[in-house]
Ligand binder design. Structure first.
Ligand SMILES: Cc1cc2nc3c(=O)[nH]c(=O)nc-3n(C[C@H](O)[C@H](O)[C@H](O)COP(=O)(O)OP(=O)(O)OC[C@H]3O[C@@H](n4cnc5c(N)ncnc54)[C@H](O)[C@@H]3O)c2cc1C
Ligand code: SF4
Length: 507
């Protein structure tokens, strides 16, 4: 009689809680590629290749470490297509007496796990996922008695808890946050460290062929696939980032440049989220670089804030908000997602850059996601659920627990302000300040109406006017409403008419 340990595609960590303290000889690990996971959104081909290849490599690593692994491929003739179906088949194959699993990463999978005890009539142990700094109970207790949830205060608690960038009780450098020093536009002539490219081996080649056959119509191409698919290679990318990109990460965190998808970002999120890299280990390595005088404080603190601040905070919000969070639509936005989100074919250069590189690399950095594709969706009143499904499909790092609060909450403000204190809405001026996109665009960022006017300008004011009732009392929106009030009535009418014309053409 065996103990069955199912491992999902985002649980590729050797220290996974379900494996801790187990007798290897008495256990069978089950890993399965199933249709219900590959088909619930039309995943980018590179995202699929990454996850499936990393799973296959992880299974081999576990075998080398002495575990028995039963691996079911997507193409196996008997594959039932669902994880529960694969558990049922494995119970038969291995005479299973009990199950032990690390908790699910999202509501959909949690519901599945919760159904297993009744369904299989054997003991099912569900262990907490200890790869996060903040437990569910800690986040819930942090939310108690707070009128507003704000990342900054949560982040300070995580700094205290982890001891990262702390000197006793005080933050290193005398302040918690160096965000004001993280907003420089980048210049083209600065040397930019591209992420490492890992040539696909035979295992990855097999997955590429299978994905190209089975998911021919999905976004993306696999010819340039170069993600790491093992912990060893993910660690190489981690070191490459620490040595070459981290020193400038802080200064240029918000910058965007034509033809430069990566700048000084780490490109580590796919590895952190699937479990190949340990986020705390990474943050400690960042602090070591800082303490050794190799990187400035705005880079080290800025990076650590993203990981133990934002990443942990959005996970907390995801579970705190409940499964109905996905239905939030505070602005009652209903416009369908324009076709160009799938093709990149638009004459708005900023959007064609952000979407074009998404198609090519299954990657865009935070400001491109928030202030280009997200900002446009917000201003144009796109349906937030469609926007969420797009983000979930197209990025190699996208799992619902981290993607949904970022897209629905942070970028679309669809939760009415549970996650963020104000909508991230901006006109063309912001994009012009933080990028060189506007200099390559057929629109004129300085014009607000007329055939050459940058669409973001009129759309921004239309967004402000359209949502006045919902946003006017927000203290952080006082300035835009003051400016809107000061504007001449004729200008207001012209701006709104221009925006309406644009939206009608958009469909
Ligand atoms: C609309 C939208 C959707 C997003 N969807 C995802 C998603 O599906 N998966 C995902 O991991 N991140 C998501 N993010 C957050 C962020 O954009 C990505 O984590 C980041 O771009 C990944 O690239 P990187 O590894 O080069 O990050 P870097 O810029 O190098 O940042 C370092 C690390 O910090 C963490 N991080 C930074 N910002 C966030 C954040 N807001 N939330 C969570 N972690 C953060 C990531 O682990 C990242 O690897 C989204 C942001 C927005 C605005
Ligand atoms: S002019 Fe407007 S549409 Fe063109 S790149 Fe700039 S912000 Fe984007």
């Amino acid at each position: 009689m065996a103990l069955l340990i199912p491992i999902f595609g985002d649980q590729l960590s050797h220290g996974l809680s379900s494996l801790a303290g187990q007798d290897k000889k008495a256990c069978v690990i089950l890993m399965a590629e199933v249709d219900e996971e590959t088909e619930y959104v039309p995943h980018h081909k590179s995202k699929m290749v990454y996850i499936l290849s990393a799973m296959r490599h992880h299974a081999n690593d576990l075998r080398s470490a002495g575990w028995t692994v039963d691996y079911v491929k997507l193409t196996d003739a008997e594959n039932s297509g669902s994880f529960t179906g694969e558990i049922a088949r494995a119970i038969e194959r291995h005479k299973v007496s009990a199950l032990c699993v690390t908790e699910a990463g999202e509501w959909r999978v949690k519901a599945m796990l919760d159904s297993w005890p009744d369904r299989f009539d054997i003991p099912v142990e569900i262990r907490p996922d200890d790869r996060f700094l903040c437990t569910h109970a800690e986040f819930e207790s942090w939310t108690k008695d707070r009128k507003q949830l704000r990342m900054e205060f949560f982040y300070r608690d995580m700094r205290r808890k982890s001891g990262l960038m702390m000197n006793g009780d005080t933050p290193e450098g005398g302040q918690w946050n160096f965000d004001a020093e993280n907003r420089k536009p980048a210049k083209r002539d600065l040397a930019m460290p591209a992420p490492l490219h890992f040539a696909p081996n035979a295992v990855t080649q097999d997955v590429i062929q299978m994905v190209e056959r089975r998911f021919a119509g999905n976004m993306g191409e696999t010819t340039k696939f170069g993600f790491a698919v093992t912990r060893e290679d993910a660690l190489r990318q981690q070191k490459h980032f620490l040595d070459h990109a981290l020193p400038n990460f802080g200064d240029y965190q918000d910058a965007m440049l034509t033809g430069e998808p990566f700048l000084w970002h780490s490109i580590l999120s796919p590895y952190i989220n699937s479990g190949l890299l340990d986020p705390l280990e990474l943050c400690r390595a960042v602090e070591v670089q800082y303490r050794a005088g190799k990187v400035p404080i705005n880079a080290a603190e800025g990076f650590i804030r993203q990981v133990i601040g934002w990443r942990e905070y959005v996970r907390g919000i995801y579970w705190h908000a409940g499964p109905e969070y996905v239905e939030s639509n505070a602005f009652a936005a209903t416009r369908p997602l324009p076709e160009f989100y799938w093709t990149g074919k638009t004459d708005m250069h900023c959007l064609s850059q952000a979407i074009g590189q998404t198609i090519e690399h299954s990657y865009a950095h935070h400001i491109q996601r928030l202030m280009i594709t997200g900002n446009f969706a917000l201003l144009a009143g796109l349906n937030p659920k469609e926007v969420h499904k797009w983000y979930l499909a197209v990025y190699a790092d996208a799992y619902e627990w981290v993607e949904l609060p970022n897209s629905l909450g942070m970028s679309q403000f669809a939760d009415g302000g549970m996650l963020a204190s104000k909508p991230y809405a901006a006109s063309g001026a912001y994009i012009n300040r933080m990028s060189d996109y506007c200099t390559h665009c057929s629109y004129d960022v300085k014009q607000r109406t007329g055939p050459k006017a940058c669409p973001f300008n009129a759309l921004y004011w239309e967004f402000i006017a359209r949502n006045e009732r919902k946003l006017r009392k927000n203290p952080r929106m006082a300035m835009p409403y003051k400016n809107w009030e000061r504007m001449a009535d004729a200008d207001k009418v012209a701006l709104r008419a221009h925006a309406q014309q644009f939206l009608e053409k958009l469909g």
